[in-house]
Design a protein around this ligand. Structure first.
Ligand code: SF4
Length: 73
């Protein structure tokens, strides 16, 4: 089976420790709320490379970038 590969960014604010690394790594994707926790910026789609970089720098594992295949049958 082959199909289209899509990428999705997941944010778990409950795990966010408010370090701000994501907003430094990917300022077009992430910002922070008044309590310092991560917020996604509104927009069409998050840059995948920036999102991966931010997830790699997140000290609490609050960010994940997942690829999955969508069947086009
Ligand atoms: S890098 Fe992780 S812990 Fe730090 S603000 Fe972003 S999501 Fe929260």
């Amino acid at each position: 089976m082959s199909g289209r590969v899509e990428t999705r960014l997941f944010v778990d604010r409950g795990r966010c420790a408010g370090s701000g690394q994501c907003a430094l790594a990917a300022p077009e994707v992430f910002t922070r709320s008044g309590d310092g926790k991560v917020l996604l910026r509104p927009g069409p789609g998050a840059d995948v490379d920036q999102s991966r970089s931010a997830a790699a720098r997140c000290p609490s594992g609050a960010l994940s970038v997942v690829e999955y295949e969508v069947s086009e049958a």
